[in-house]
Ligand binder design. Structure first.
Ligand SMILES: NC(=O)c1ccc[n+]([C@@H]2O[C@H](COP(=O)([O-])OP(=O)(O)OC[C@H]3O[C@@H](n4cnc5c(N)ncnc54)[C@H](O)[C@@H]3O)[C@@H](O)[C@H]2O)c1
Length: 433
């Protein structure tokens, strides 16, 4: 389906830039707007601003064809009939959502919106924000416009593929808004699902991530129970999952990243403001947030004074592969390790994270796994990047100092692979030595 008019995407971070290349690769003329000059420069020269499978190739193609151009401000052109907002909505220290980027984007939009134009919100929002914040502001213009909330649900690492395969949920303020968004997203996806209000669409987005957070939270609770009673969470999960489809339990592990660490808090805040406190959802987040501390205490019991500590896999998750360190639990991990063992030497390995991001951690980057293991007292697998999944753990752990420990948050290996290997929910392996 071809489209005469152009779209303008405000905020060219992960969500904005991938969406922009997604639409541009379908022949839609896309104007990207971004405050950070470096991002504008890089994207205009076809250079990827982050690692995402397939992103760099499509980006260089669509920028060469001038289907995507990036700008510091919203271009004044009649060519644009749709504005999509993809700015960040982080949570602050008190777990309340920071809506300042959204508000400033809406402010800039107000100076450019023409009668009949459409505004699509794609940033993750607090329940009710589309109508309470954005609609309230746009109504002040006294012009007809369309407005809908159309959440991003792709997973980092596979977003280019998923942009065209995941159904698009649409929650417009009226029928015209729904139809406009449906026509636009139908260029990319086969299925659009229209819900009855922006609020419902906002809830759809928030519960997707909250459910995932909770899913991991329960598995992590089981892992903590196992560590406490001296059982193996791997044995337990393997046993209950075999030919028994009524159980679906996640593999335990740290839960970080720019979305899962905040979306539960955003759901809870919005729902509470509307009169209902979601307790189960919040408990999943609390369980995931306190996990690292418990694990470090477990490690200390078996390794009281490590001198060389290596952390492998620094991004917020390992699979699908990403170099994204935003919201990575590695920051909490490093803080806690440094509190326990201030004078230890710290090393870190990640095959995708940028030098700039790794430099934000108090450790020395190493570019090969052997160096990370050599003479180490403690090696920690923080994520399960594919690079880390197929190591000869027995041979590598032989390079460590005598009595050294390998602690794996993702339980990628078996107890028999190495005598000094243990992990989250699998501390019993070492106790049995
Ligand atoms: N990262 C994901 O995979 C993902 C998935 C689903 C939903 N989301 C949601 O999408 C939103 C964006 O996430 P992200 O990861 O792309 O964030 P991001 O921080 O990577 O990108 C946001 C970008 O917007 C820019 N920006 C801020 N205000 C601006 C303005 N007024 N004009 C122009 N540019 C402006 C920032 O400089 C930044 O580059 C968030 O609400 C997030 O929760 C993210």
């Amino acid at each position: 389906m071809s489209r005469e008019k152009a779209i303008c995407i405000i905020g060219m971070g992960y969500v904005g830039a991938t969406l922009a290349v997604g639409f541009a690769s379908k022949g839609v003329r896309v104007y990207g707007v971004e405050k950070q000059q470096l991002i504008v420069q890089k994207l205009n020269s076809g250079e990827a601003t982050f690692y995402e499978e397939g992103f760099d190739k499509i980006l260089s193609d669509v920028t060469a064809k001038k289907l995507l151009t990036c700008h510091n401000e919203i271009p004044k052109t009649d060519e644009i009939d749709t504005y999509i907002i993809t700015v960040g909505t982080p949570v602050c220290e008190n777990n309340k959502v920071n809506e300042s980027y959204l508000l400033s984007a809406v402010d800039e939009l107000k100076n450019n919106l023409k009668p009949g134009d459409a505004v699509i919100l794609r940033s993750t929002l607090k329940l009710g924000a589309t109508e309470k914040i954005v609609k309230t502001e746009l109504d002040k213009l006294n012009i007809p416009y369309k407005l809908s909330f159309c959440p991003e649900r792709t997973v980092e690492g596979k977003s280019i593929e998923e942009l065209t395969t995941i159904p698009q949920i649409i929650g417009g303020v009226d029928e015209k808004s729904n139809q406009h968004s449906k026509e636009l997203f139908s260029i990319m996806v086969d299925k659009c699902i229209i819900v009855s209000s922006p609020k419902e669409a906002e809830l759809c987005k928030l519960i997707c991530n909250t459910q995932r957070d909770l899913y991991f939270g329960f598995a992590n609770e089981v892992a903590s129970i196992c560590d406490n009673i001296g059982a193996s969470v791997s044995n337990v999960i393997n046993a209950i999952s075999e030919n028994y489809s009524r159980v679906n339990i996640a593999r335990p592990g740290l839960v970080g990243g720019p979305c899962l660490t905040k979306d539960t808090h955003i759901l809870v805040q919005g729902s509470k403001e509307m009169g209902y406190t979601p307790e189960i959802s919040l408990q999943g987040r609390i369980t995931n947030e306190k996990l690292i501390n418990e694990c470090i205490n477990q490690i200390e019991r078996i390794m009281p004074s490590p001198k060389k500590i290596s952390v492998l896999g620094l991004a917020f998750k390992g699979s699908p592969p990403t170099g994204d360190m935003r919201g990575s639990t590695v920051y909490d991990l490093m803080n806690l390790l440094k509190q326990k063992w201030k004078n230890a030497e710290y090393f870190g390995y990640d095959s995708l994270a940028t030098d700039e991001d790794v430099a934000t951690l108090p450790l020395t980057r190493v570019n090969d796994i052997e160096t990370a293991f050599a003479s180490a007292d403690l090696v920690i697998f923080h994520n399960n990047h594919p690079d880390l999944q197929k190591l000869d753990i027995k041979e590598l752990s032989g390079k460590m100092n005598f009595g050294g420990i390998v602690y794996d948050f993702c339980n990628m290996y078996n107890t028999i692979d190495s005598v000094n290997y243990c992990g989250l929910g699998n501390m019993n392996y070492l106790k049995e030595r």
